[in-house]
Design a protein around this ligand. Structure first.
Ligand SMILES: Cc1ncc(C[n+]2csc(CCOP(=O)(O)OP(=O)(O)O)c2C)c(N)n1
Ligand SMILES: [Mg+2]
Length: 320
């Protein structure tokens, strides 16, 4: 069991709430037609997204999935710049040209969210090879969904990462669906972590709604990879309450299933833990929630007031 300081626990709770509020707000803005392009919400997946990143050390790198807001918030991205990007504003991380699925910050080690399912595996291996070659002591945390582990890039990347003992942790958020397809329809195994056996690397399945399970497991995996022992595969079992993206009517699942998962809500579970262990007063808990909520209100203000990209910048930052 890893010791957690009060300061870290407060930061964890703040960030979990920030991720929840960010997405609830974004959902609102989508409904009002203020967001261009599609958006993938991870409401219900906050413990896996946020906590995995909080286990990282300064200078470590991350590659986000297309459902990456909670992951980005955990990694420490500025919610003002994230919200501006989602609203297509020039002050956003990619000057408003990328949107929700392309929030990247290369200078600070965020290799980017990725609209290509499974697109982060190879990028993460490349970045991990760089770390190994230059002996930086840094590790890459690679996020992806359950569906992405059926892509060829997953298998190619795990194979090479194992052969070359790359410092990378593959973190799979198994939210039980790939779009409208339940997991039992797209893979014939119980645990995705079993796939690690084919590549002779450690594979672990954890409760992705349990903040401590996520934080402790990722911390240990990062230590392993940092010590030069090679990659690790982690599967975090979790659930998304919202549809796959903004146009999803969710006819493929029973409402009762969503309600069952809501009983295991990661933010509420963390709150219960703080209460039961009497780590903080009710006032301190509430203060974290209020501050998180306020930061998102301010992010929306910032984004709304920000300018649109000018037409003459349309060819800037074009790579191909
Ligand atoms: C290469 C590729 N194939 C298909 C798609 C369309 N697509 C977008 S999200 C998605 C499902 C991905 O499922 P999963 O990896 O479980 O992630 P989740 O959406 O559940 O977070 C698909 C098929 C895509 N964006 N890229
Ligand atoms: Mg999925």
């Amino acid at each position: 069991m890893i010791e957690l300081s009060e300061e870290l626990l407060l930061r964890m709770y703040y960030k979990m709430n920030q991720a929840r509020y960010f997405e609830e707000k974004l959902d609102d803005l989508v409904a009002k037609g203020q967001v261009h392009g599609t958006v993938h919400l991870a409401i219900g997946q906050e413990a896996s997204g946020v906590m995995a990143c909080l286990a990282l050390e300064e200078g470590d790198l991350v590659s986000l999935s297309h459902r990456g807001h909670a992951q980005a918030i955990g990694f420490g991205l500025d919610v003002n710049l994230m919200m501006a990007e989602c609203l297509g504003k020039y002050t956003g991380y990619c000057k408003g040209k990328g949107g929700s699925m392309h929030i990247a910050d290369l200078e600070n080690g965020n290799l980017g969210a990725n609209g290509v399912v499974g697109g982060g595996f190879n990028l993460s291996c490349g970045a991990a090879l760089t770390q190994k070659y230059h002996q930086t002591g840094k590790v890459v945390l690679c996020f992806a969904g359950d569906g992405a582990t059926n892509e060829g890039s997953f298998h190619e990347s795990l194979n090479l990462a194992s052969v070359w003992k790359l410092p990378v942790v593959f973190f799979i958020e198994n939210n039980q669906y790939g779009m409208s397809n339940p997991i039992e329809n797209h893979m014939n195994i119980e645990n995705i972590s079993d796939r690690s056996e084919a590549y002779n690397m450690p594979g672990l399945t954890i409760d992705g709604n349990d903040f401590l399970d996520v934080y402790n497991t990722v911390t240990k995996a990062l230590r392993y990879a940092r010590a030069g022992k090679g990659p690790v595969l982690i599967e975090a079992k979790t659930y998304r309450y919202s549809g796959h993206s903004k146009s999803d009517k969710q006819v493929y699942r029973d409402k009762r299933e969503v309600q069952e998962w809501r009983k295991k809500d990661p933010v509420l579970k963390m709150k219960e833990y703080l209460r039961e262990n009497r780590i903080f007063t009710e006032k301190q808990i509430l203060k974290m929630e209020e501050e998180a909520s306020l930061s998102i209100e301010q992010a929306v203000e910032f984004a709304k007031k920000s300018p649109q990209p000018q037409l003459n910048t349309i060819l800037e930052d074009v790579y191909a």
